[in-house]
Design a protein around this ligand. Structure first.
Ligand code: GDP
Ligand code: MG
Length: 716
């Protein structure tokens, strides 16, 4: 026997945590609403008899079963059409009122519901009391108190959920609406009898009462019936002097109010919790941004410049430079390996992949910090703070969530934009999310900061702030075009209380992200380095095709030189840099891998710390920073471009996004190089003039008035 149990609850109620606790799955825990867009399944182990199976389905976080957001539609379609054997409704015990709104709807579905009141550790700590026997009676289903985080009550919940699912008994909601509403609903129930599952009649009737378009369409009722229903609704609306949807909402909240009065006791003294005290400072109007900037500066500074750099230096210089590469070379020579094969293995694969792997320690340190910031609840605050700022420019703070995810990897970042209902805001977010430096761009940042700026502390954090500036400026510029004008989507978000994340969660999330990079190094980066090595080893020299002595005669040099002129105004018109930027389109780590091969990561190994010396020799600082900026902002890697294409679901928009990113990257990089050269060397030329013209144009786009609406957003 196989039973299917759905896990439903509000965003941030602890669904993912509970899902992991029940299934032992390695699911990533993000603590902002709407991350769980896709359906995830796992098996509940240990609570079923032999030969039985209980599957748990993690639904997207939702506040109600109305058809307004993608998550709601996904969740309710699943519940109605798949009709799971039971629903575990996870309820955030510290936010009973908001969470019970969903509960009142779930119990109408006719599917057995078990309510799991989560965060009981916090409820108790706050000195609040909950009478669960009464709660169970009031909502008409079984209730279990749990703490998903601490693993309390999980056993009992799992046992009962499986038992209820097996029993196959349907439930009826404990609650009845006001007389005339109940009357209308009873009529509608009669009308839909035979059209829907008997146990779901009530849910359908309530939805029809609300004039839910999706339900109306799905039922295909005939005109006469629909007219009858409409009559019932109209007379009820008249009696209650309100529209049908508001009537139901109001009724639900009345009902919830009475439940809370019946079974919930708030702490007597209204004290400010520690979390509130921290928030007074951290989300303060004036301090919020400086604190955020400081935190991110510290994160990048520590992970790229200090601790991370120490580890990376060791991996690059000692592990690869002194041990692996020389050992591999002499080993291969000793066994009489063909020269070209030694070249491929040592100068190609080990140098290319090794150059990328050398940066893994830095990535891990960065991911460790990010996992901690997410886990403790700070990242949720950032979305909240950014919303306040974004709103001033007509943007929604919801756009910031994909960007926060994008710090790890742009692909899930772009995918997270799905939760933005407003089409314009979503498109704009998809276009700008990958400006945030993802983990794969970290090696480029670390390499430039280390090799060309001697580890100056400002370089790595500045890459992050360039990304944010690109997003904010793009947002403002795009909002001023006709295409994107309009009010931002509302953004509601409950801030979870601060808490120390579990060591296990932090390590798991760090490792999952880190591991995906290592896997990438073993596959896509490996293939790319093999290609780059062959292309730089073969070519026409002395009139015949073969292995070349001088890399400048290789196929790769020919390809690179054909496009290098494009980048001359940016200060790095060298074919090697051009090739590196292009291979970066496959995966951003390739930029470093390609440098590793072309600038002989393997050859200068003897002098340890100077391993990237030949690279440093071929760039000025202005050119290096321009190269960095270009690679940060230009079209992302293939995987992220694929995500952009999928999410845009329109080829024209896809190219618009890619084109916009690349043009912006080119413009900014050009200005960085030209102005940087003017400032450091006093060089003035046609490029400088172009840079100034571009800056003026950019400022115009940034500061011109908003389209089609008087005045700016700031005035409203
Ligand atoms: P989801 O959005 O519903 O998937 O919620 P998550 O599982 O991501 O949890 C949101 C936040 O609440 C995370 O930071 C969790 O660590 C935290 N959390 C989950 N369950 C509990 C709990 O029982 N007690 C406390 N104190 N925190 C919890
Ligand atoms: Mg989740």
């Amino acid at each position: 026997m196989k039973v299917k149990i759905a896990l439903a609850g509000n965003p941030n109620s602890g669904k993912t945590t509970l899902f992991n606790a029940l299934t032992g799955s390695n699911q990533f825990v993000g603590n902002w609403p709407g991350v769980t867009v896709e359906k995830k399944e796992g098996k509940i182990k240990g609570y079923t008899a032999k030969g039985e199976e209980a599957v748990l389905v993690d639904l997207p976080g939702i506040y109600s079963l109305s058809p307004y957001t993608l998550e709601e539609v996904v969740s309710r379609n699943f519940l109605i059409s798949e009709k799971p054997d039971a629903i575990i409704n996870i309820i955030d015990g510290t936010n009973l009122e908001r969470n019970l709104y969903l509960t009142t709807q779930l119990t109408e579905l006719g599917i057995p519901v078990i309510a799991a009141v989560n965060m009981m550790d916090l409820v108790r700590k706050n000195g609040e009391e909950l009478n669960i026997e009464r709660l169970a009676k009031d909502i008409g289903c079984k209730v279990v108190e749990i703490s998903a985080l601490k693993g309390e009550g999980i056993d009992q919940l799992a046992q009962r959920a499986v038992a209820i699912a097996k029993s196959g008994k349907n439930v009826q909601p404990a609650h009845r609406f006001e007389g005339c509403v109940e009357h209308a609903i009873a009529h509608i129930e009669e009308a839909v009898t035979g059209h829907v599952d008997a146990s779901m009649e009530r849910w359908y009737a309530v939805k029809l009462f609300e004039r839910d378009k999706k339900v109306q369409e799905s039922l295909k009722l005939d005109k006469v019936t629909l007219d009858h229903i409409e009559e019932d609704i109209l007379s009820c609306e008249k009696e209650m002097d309100d529209d049908a949807e508001s009537i139901i909402t109001g009724e639900r909240y009345n009902y919830i109010g009475s439940i809370i009065e019946d079974c919930y006791k708030k702490r007597v003294k209204e004290q400010m919790s520690v979390s509130d005290k921290i928030d007074r400072i951290v989300t303060n109007r004036f301090l919020a941004l400086p604190i955020f900037a400081l935190v991110m500066f510290a994160v990048y500074y520590v992970s790229v410049t200090t601790v991370g750099n120490f580890l990376t230096d060791w991996t690059n210089d000692t592990l690869f430079g002194e041990w692996i590469i020389p050992a591999a070379r002499s080993g291969l020579e000793a066994i009489g390996c063909a020269e070209w094969l030694t070249g491929l293995l040592v100068d190609g694969i080990i140098s290319g992949v090794g150059a990328v792997l050398g940066f893994v320690p830095q990535m891990l340190v960065l991911f460790l910090f990010l996992a901690f910031l997410e886990g403790c609840g700070y990242m949720a605050r950032i979305a909240f703070i950014m919303d306040r700022i974004f709103r001033k420019f007509g943007l929604s703070g919801k756009s910031f969530i994909p960007m926060l995810i994008g710090i790890g990897c742009g692909v899930p970042g772009v995918m997270a934009s799905r939760t933005i209902e407003n089409d314009r805001d979503r498109k704009m977010t998809i276009m700008t999310t990958t400006f945030i430096p993802c983990g794969a761009k970290l090696p480029i940042i670390a390499l430039i900061a280390g090799a060309l700026f001697d580890g100056a502390p400002w370089v790595a954090p500045s890459a992050y702030f360039v990304g944010i500036a690109a997003i904010v400026c793009s947002g403002i510029i795009l909002k001023k075009t006709k295409m994107f004008a309009g009010d931002p989507a509302p953004f509601v978000m409950e801030l979870p209380a601060y808490h120390l994340p579990t060591v296990e969660n932090v390590l798991r999330s760090t490792w999952e992200r880190g591991w995906s990079f290592i896997k990438k190094a073993g596959t896509i980066i490996l293939l790319s380095t093999i290609f780059v090595w062959f292309a730089q080893s073969f070519g026409f020299e002395g009139g015949s095709f073969g292995m070349v002595e001088d890399m400048d005669h290789s196929i790769l040099a020919a390809i690179g030189s054909a496009i290098a002129w494009i980048f001359t105004p940016l200060g790095w018109g060298d074919w090697k840099a051009a090739v590196a930027a292009i291979t970066g389109l496959v995966a951003k780590e390739n930029v470093v891998g390609t440098f590793g091969i072309l600038y002989g990561f393997g050859e200068v190994a003897e002098d340890g710390a100077e391993i990237w010396g030949s690279l440093a020799g071929s760039f000025t600082q202005a050119a290096a920073y321009s190269f960095l900026v270009f690679n940060l902002l230009c079209a992302p890697c293939f995987a992220a471009m694929g995500a952009i294409k999928r999410e845009m679901n329109n080829i024209k928009w896809f190219w618009f996004a890619i084109g916009y990113q690349t043009i912006l990257a080119y413009t900014v990089a050009l200005c960085v190089y030209q102005i940087g050269t003017l400032a450091t060397k006093g060089t003035f030329g046609i490029g400088t003039v172009v840079a100034f013209v571009l800056i003026v144009g950019f400022l115009y786009l940034l500061f011109r008035p908003y389209k089609e609406r008087g005045g700016s957003y700031l005035e409203r």
